[in-house]
Design a protein around this ligand. Structure first.
Ligand SMILES: [Mn+2]
Length: 439
């Protein structure tokens, strides 16, 4: 089997991380624990992203250990032993010998991991690990030492993608763009949300990909529930459908949202809100410039939405009241726009769909600047749930939920939209919806 990256790329990632740790320390990177769904059926296994990042080990057990006792970092990958009885049922394992072709210095049996860790701990080395991933490792470390969080050293490195990583992310964005377009082309009134889901996810599967998070397919009011997941309602003519779905290529995620009218024609009120969300999204993308603060996209989006909601008469207040800036907290807005746009503008994207290294816009701890190689989503939305009884929802827009989300790479020349092949403009969408497949 071949790994997504060559040996050198993994080794240079390891070097970037480990060279920042104190000498005479120990780093332990576990993979996820397998999870039982019920009785003897497990959830499909997905390796931990830190493990994939540092050495590409995908099997459902394994731990990477890095030690530095003589001034040089040495890595050992502990993996399950070959076991014919288990392999008859579950497939051939890579095993200790097979794992030697992974980008590590040594391999060893997982059975010797605990005693090896205990021995290394006995000299009082500082220990770094990813907490909350493997419960048995957490217990072992808790009993023997005070482990420190390795994520602080890896996350800033994972934040900036290499050319090879960007290639996989472009592929994931292209597959998800086609999946959305395919679903648009085959949408008709009175379709079930699940049927649209099957068009999107069927395309992922036929492209040898899989979802990077459970797909959201919400018709009408269901689009106003941010993490709607039932996908079990029929969508009537006159309603919009919101589809938030993405896939993975070699572990790298895409995450795209489009909203379209199931009968192929936006009503006037739907058009008004769609145009505003689109304007905000384009302003957010434009703000993805190298050297700009992480909060700049959220600022641009919120300002556009506040102005637009005032223009449409949804808000009857000053721009400042609509935004409700919080002194000393750039990128934090608590004004009336939050009744209708209640989430962040986006997040980093990578091996995790909500990738590490950022935090949400408005988080005062996220004060870094954008750099070429960062990939993030821009995803403003407006939600007028007719079921909301805590705020007043304008009659004209009741039942409308619209979000538009693209995957954006920051380059020296400015933003590059990886999901640009997915229809987004109003007339493009009206031309595509319900028109059948043209691959
Ligand atoms: Mn997203």
């Amino acid at each position: 089997m071949s790994l997504p990256f060559d040996r050198q790329e993994y080794l240079s990632r390891q070097e970037s991380v480990f060279s920042k740790l104190p000498r005479s320390s120990l780093a332990i990177i576990p993979t996820n624990d397998p999870k039982i769904r019920s009785n003897d059926v497990s959830y499909p296994f997905r390796a931990n992203s830190y493990m994939l990042y540092l050495c590409g080990w995908e099997e459902d057990e394994g731990t990477l250990l890095a030690t530095n006792s003589s001034g040089k970092w040495v890595t050992t990958l502990f993996v399950p032993d070959r076991d014919t009885t288990k392999e008859i049922w579950e497939g051939i394992r890579i095993g200790v010998d097979g794992a030697k072709s992974w980008p590590v210095d040594h391999t060893d049996s997982l059975l010797s991991l605990d005693s090896c860790i205990k021995e290394l701990l006995s000299d009082g080395s500082r220990v770094f690990t990813i907490p909350g991933v493997s419960s048995s490792l957490d217990i072992l470390l808790d009993e023997n030492t005070e482990a420190e969080d390795l994520r602080a050293y890896i996350d800033p490195i994972r934040r900036v993608k290499s050319a090879n990583e960007i290639q996989y992310m472009q592929e994931a964005a292209s597959i998800a763009s086609s999946a959305h377009e395919k679903a648009m082309r085959n949408t008709r009134p009175d379709m079930g949300e699940w049927e649209i889901q099957s068009l999107v996810e069927g395309h992922f599967m036929s492209s040898q990909s899989q979802w990077s998070f459970p797909s959201i397919v919400g018709g009408g009011d269901n689009a106003t529930v941010l993490h709607y997941k039932n996908n079990d309602q029929v969508i009537r003519s006159g309603d919009l459908v919101l589809v938030d779905a993405g896939c993975e290529v070699s572990g790298y995620a895409s995450d795209i949202t489009r909203t379209w009218p199931v009968n192929g024609k936006f009503s006037q009120p739907q058009r008004e809100i769609y145009e505003l969300v689109l304007r905000a999204e384009l302003a957010g993308i434009e703000a993805c410039q190298p050297g700009m603060p992480w909060v700049s996209m959220h600022e641009a989006v919120c300002e556009t939405i506040a102005e637009g909601l005032i223009e449409l008469g949804v808000l009857n207040c000053t721009l400042e009241d609509a935004l409700g800036r919080v002194e000393g907290k750039p990128g934090v807005f608590e004004g009336q726009i939050r009744n209708f746009f209640m989430h962040g503008t986006g997040h980093f994207l990578g091996l995790d769909v909500h990738d590490v290294g950022g935090g949400r816009q408005g988080d005062p701890n996220s004060s870094f600047l954008l750099e070429p190689g960062m990939v993030l989503t821009i995803e403003p939305g407006l939600y007028f749930g007719s079921w909301r009884n805590d705020i007043s929802i304008p009659e004209r827009y009741a039942g409308i939920g619209i979000r538009i989300e693209d995957d954006v790479l920051v380059t020296e020349q400015g933003p590059l939209v990886l999901s640009s092949s997915c229809p987004k403009m109003l007339d493009e969408i009206e031309q595509v919806v319900g028109k059948g497949i043209h691959d």
